[in-house]
Design a protein around this ligand. Structure first.
Ligand SMILES: Nc1ncnc2c1ncn2[C@@H]1O[C@H](COP(=O)(O)OP(=O)(O)OP(=O)(O)O)[C@@H](O)[C@H]1O
Length: 527
């Protein structure tokens, strides 16, 4: 396939507002790829490079050679060129890399250059695109969408799934299974304003789990090999040696465990989330590849926490010694968990028959300093990546995870810092973000400093008053309600929005949706 046609598809998808039309465009492009190009090409359509680390920085993208007049590049050719660029190592590598990048860009037309800059800089990478591409792969390969989704959740790799679907259809997709060592998308929870409503969703009997406010961990063990993954499937094994040690001490040979790691104070009560995350963050090796800076609350807390560690608590078991458990009902998975893991490493959990017992469990969890509860349907399978009604979280306070769209320069005491945040909710139909309000409340001086650096790094347009940014940073916002407002395009505005914390464990594609905000506005349960 000509690279120019792929670049044209990418631009057309960006310029089209309807979801169906976007999916059609993407499916047509996927169909035009030659089989050996599917891996690279499907990645390009998602804004990703197959070669994750190319060593090409912003500086080398600034002074581009003049574009070629005629398109000659193919997707396969671009992929091979980027392979060569990524493989450059050793002395003189910078000059050599610059030469190869120059050669690739000199062969590209203006439209192709724009696409390449978007790919190298990561600017084309958009979480929302992944959902569209799942649909497009299903359409292009003529396979059912649920089969594509299942494979994506188990493989966690769009390119591999696109290759399988387009080359082997539904049969190839069915071949994706849980593999110890390869993370799968964690099951998520809906939210409800009360335990009564949670029980309505799950039915009775139900199980009420303590909801720990820590870091979601998925731990894979194969023999002596242990890997720990976050909610967003990043590997953090080296940051959690205590989790590794705890799982290595278990008798089972092969395990995939789902749980939460949390910091405890000297009396065994849970620490606030910031301190828990500081304990994980302080062991991080600083990344040199443009990763987001660590939030200051995290850094500040890290200095005061001493050498204490995080404790893992597990609430699910997905694999045990050769047997996949994800399709079994919760009751059976949890029985297996109870048999495989020491009771001190399991979350507090009670089975309830009705609202009274559930309310007592909720009160006990809050008394113990926990964030709330998760009410679970014991008959439901483990729905990887899904936010269904089988798990329902209940917290005393409502928050939304929104995406920062722009930031205003502060004035007075905040002069020189990026301060007032423009907040948006995700529209799953278009992949765009709908603005709902602004806030500078809840921001400490450290956060102001941190966010100024972070948002200048994400800037796409630097005005004197407002800096527009790539919609990538998720922030947790508390608010008092949602009111009708003509000021914003969604017709709604948040009342008294304030920052709770930055969520570095969520991507923009996982932010709360405009539908969740509408539900709150209408007085219904949030999703
Ligand atoms: N017992 C438990 N069972 C399931 N999840 C739990 C439990 N205790 C804590 N959690 C955490 O709660 C999260 C469930 O809420 P959800 O799936 O909506 O993710 P989230 O948006 O990160 O949650 P929140 O914003 O409420 O912290 C899980 O990702 C997990 O990290």
């Amino acid at each position: 396939m000509r690279f120019l046609d792929l670049a044209a598809t990418s631009a057309a998808v960006g310029a089209t507002s309807g979801r169906r039309a976007k999916v059609e465009l993407l499916a047509a492009a996927l169909r035009s790829l030659d089989p050996p190009e599917v891996s690279a090409g499907s990645g390009y359509l998602a804004g990703e490079l197959r070669q994750r680390q190319t060593g090409v920085g912003w500086a080398s993208l600034r002074d581009l050679p003049p574009p070629a007049a005629e398109p000659t590049l193919t997707v396969a050719g671009v992929d091979a060129a980027i392979d060569e660029i990524s493989a450059v190592r050793g002395a003189g590598s910078q000059a050599r890399r610059r030469e190869l990048v120059g050669r690739l860009f000199a062969a590209a037309t203006a439209d192709e250059q724009r696409m390449l800059v978007g790919l190298f800089s990561g600017e084309l990478r958009q979480g929302a695109q992944a959902g569209l591409l799942a649909d497009a792969v299903a359409r292009a390969a003529e396979v059912p969408l649920p089969a594509v989704r299942r494979a994506l959740l188990l493989a966690g790799d769009l390119r591999a799934v696109a290759v399988a679907a387009l080359s082997g259809g539904a049969a190839a997709l069915a071949g994706f299974g849980l593999q110890v060592g390869r993370p799968l998308a964690p099951m998520l929870a809906q939210s409800a304003p009360s335990v009564d409503e949670a029980l309505t969703a799950t039915g009775v009997p139900a199980v009420v789990d303590v909801k720990l406010d820590g870091i979601r961990i998925q731990v894979h063990r194969s023999g002596q090999d242990i890997a720990v993954f976050t909610r967003s499937l990043d590997e953090i094994t080296s940051r959690l040696p205590e989790v590794v040690a705890a799982v290595r001490a278990l008798p089972a040979r092969e395990l995939v465990l789902d749980g939460e790691a949390i910091g405890l104070d000297a009396t065994g009560r849970p620490l606030p989330f910031q301190q828990t995350s500081s304990r994980a963050a302080r062991r991080t090796t600083p990344s040199t590849t443009g990763a987001a800076p660590v939030a200051p609350a995290v850094l500040a807390a890290a200095e005061t926490t001493g050498e204490k560690v995080l404790t893992p608590y597990f609430f699910d078991l997905l694999h045990l010694d050769g047997a996949d458990l994800i399709d079994l009902p919760g009751r059976e998975r949890w029985a297996a968990l109870a048999g495989a893991v020491d009771p001190t490493l399991q979350v507090g959990r009670v089975e309830v028959d009705g609202p009274e017992q559930a309310a007592a469990a909720f009160a006990a969890a809050l008394d113990a300093g926990q964030e709330g509860v998760v009410v679970k349907d014991p008959a439901a399978p483990y729905d990887a990546g899904r936010r269904g009604s089988a798990w329902v979280k209940v917290k005393p306070r409502h928050t939304l995870d929104l995406v920062v769209l722009a930031v205003e320069w502060g004035s007075g005491r905040r002069q020189g810092w990026l301060s007032n945040l423009h907040l948006g909710a995700r529209d799953p139909r278009t992949g765009e973000f709908v603005m709902l309000g602004k806030t500078f409340k809840g921001l400490t001086d450290e956060l102001l400093r941190w966010q100024t650096e972070r948002f200048l790094g994400l800037a796409v347009e630097k005005g004197d008053w407002v800096v527009r940014v790539r919609p990538e940073q998720v922030v947790e916002i508390a608010f008092d309600g949602v009111q009708t407002s003509s000021r914003y395009p969604g017709g709604m505005a948040l009342r008294f929005a304030r920052v709770v914390r930055y969520r570095d464990d969520k991507t923009a594609a996982e932010a709360d949706t405009i539908d969740a905000v509408r539900a709150i506005h209408a007085g219904r349960v949030t999703g």
